[in-house]
Write a protein that binds this ligand. Structure first.
Ligand SMILES: [Zn+2]
Length: 424
């Protein structure tokens, strides 16, 4: 029955859930918004007494978890269940049929989410409709920081979904991957890069047709290595958060925000570069409403429209969270925010032999840098270029750069290439 429903939604999304233009798309959104708002005004204790326009973000969502949700779920129950699951690495659990999960919370606060069985099925079908052709046989290797059973929904003869736990070192999965021979590989870019290098060494013998980056900002250097070794024209992006499926790549390799499922309200952070911050309203999530929910991610809008026919906003890049920006004081004592991709570009253009790196801002005047290979020439080049970015372009004096021997990675956690501890 579950597979039949999945197939139904897959066909619906793939062939019928289309919008010719933005007017049609916005009309669809407005209709669903009205319906959702009417529902939460009756069913959500929070929205009964608060306006729809109330400030909403991860913090407020967690604080008012019990009164926002419309199913009477209790925060502590959900939280304890998630912690149990994470400890035992057994994610086959739910509360009253709802898939529950805990987000990584690399910036201090963890997020709690739950999804109804119907929505969880629909999410899976929606993603499948964008990435998979069910007329072919699909074998998917999915590296996941296991915190929910959300995407283990679809397994059938045409679709084999194998889950690889990110908590184990990537090398441990080689044998199983070689046996599976997946045609679709889904993993965070850092793992994709490790797999690409294992393939280069001849240890990994898989030839996926589609390579999908999930959870992490795609670094330009990693992108190159992954594309070269897996011989793919572009790397698909699966832009998903606790808050839902936010963006997916089209056949042209451009990321479109999933405006069919959520209304996006954005404002420019920087008009010249097309950088935006945004709020989302999930049009279908009645169980745990996300309404005018402020995200901390910074996106870069594409300047040209995509030719694939999808009128949803297309974005050039996901620049990660606001908290990933580095913050300094310039010579006049003013705050200067430097976006992580500027740092990334500066480092990568310093020396072409750089294979990997990490930048952590420890304080307003100290950066820690991990660099591989650990050569003096590379270190000197980076130091020179970083100082030039800070001093000449931004008038920031006296930033100490300390090199560290190993990158900082939380086991099973998200690797953050560039971040600031003073924001966390
Ligand atoms: Zn497109």
């Amino acid at each position: 029955m579950k597979n039949l429903c999945l197939l139904f939604y897959y066909i619906y999304y793939k062939y019928f859930f289309k919008f010719k233009n933005r007017t049609q798309l916005l009309k669809h959104q407005n209709k669903l918004k009205k319906k959702l708002f009417k529902f939460v005004k009756i069913k959500s204790p929070f929205y009964k007494i608060n306006p729809i326009t109330s400030k909403m973000n991860k913090k407020v969502m967690l604080e008012h978890f019990d009164s926002i949700n419309t199913c009477g779920l209790n925060k502590d129950d959900v939280y304890n269940l998630c912690i149990e699951g994470e400890k035992s690495r057994n994610f086959d659990f739910n509360i009253d049929g709802y898939t529950v999960g805990l987000s990584s919370g690399t910036t201090g606060q963890r997020g709690l989410f739950f999804v109804s069985p119907k929505n969880s099925l629909k999410h899976a079908a929606f993603v499948m409709s964008k990435y998979i052709n069910l007329l072919n046989k699909n074998k998917i290797a999915y590296f996941q920081r296991a915190n929910s059973n959300l995407y283990e929904t679809g397994t059938s003869r045409r679709l084999q979904l194998c889950f690889f736990d990110l908590i184990f070192p990537t090398e441990n999965h080689i044998e199983e991957l070689n046996k599976l021979k997946p045609n679709i590989l889904i993993a965070p870019s850092r793992v994709l890069k490790q797999l690409a290098l294992l393939k280069k060494n001849g240890l990994l013998k898989i030839n996926p047709k589609k390579v999908i980056n999930i959870m992490e900002v795609l670094d330009p250097n990693d992108k190159k290595i992954i594309m070269e070794n897996f011989s793919v024209k572009f790397i698909d992006q699966f832009y998903m958060a606790t808050e839902g499926i936010i963006g997916l790549t089209c056949k042209n390799g451009n990321i479109h925000l999933c405006e069919e499922l959520m209304a996006i309200d954005y404002e420019f952070e920087d008009k010249a570069t097309g950088r935006i911050s945004f709020k989302l309203t999930d049009l279908y999530r009645y169980e745990q409403p996300h309404i005018n929910y402020k995200m901390t991610d910074i996106l870069e809008l594409s300047k040209e429209a995509c030719s694939c026919g999808n009128p949803a906003l297309s974005i050039k890049a996901i620049h990660g969270r606001r908290e990933d920006s580095l913050n300094f004081k310039n010579a006049e004592g003013n705050n200067v925010e430097i976006y992580p991709d500027f740092i990334a570009r500066t480092i990568l253009f310093s020396n072409e032999d750089i294979e990997d790196y990490q930048v952590i801002q420890q304080s307003e005047d100290t950066l820690e840098l991990y660099i591989s290979p650990n050569h003096q020439k590379i270190k000197d080049d980076i130091t020179l270029n970083l100082k030039s970015l800070l001093k000449e372009k931004n008038n920031i004096d006296e930033v100490k750069i300390n090199f560290i021997a190993k990158p900082l990675i939380k086991k099973g956690g998200k690797f953050r290439r560039i971040y600031s501890v003073i924001n966390s």
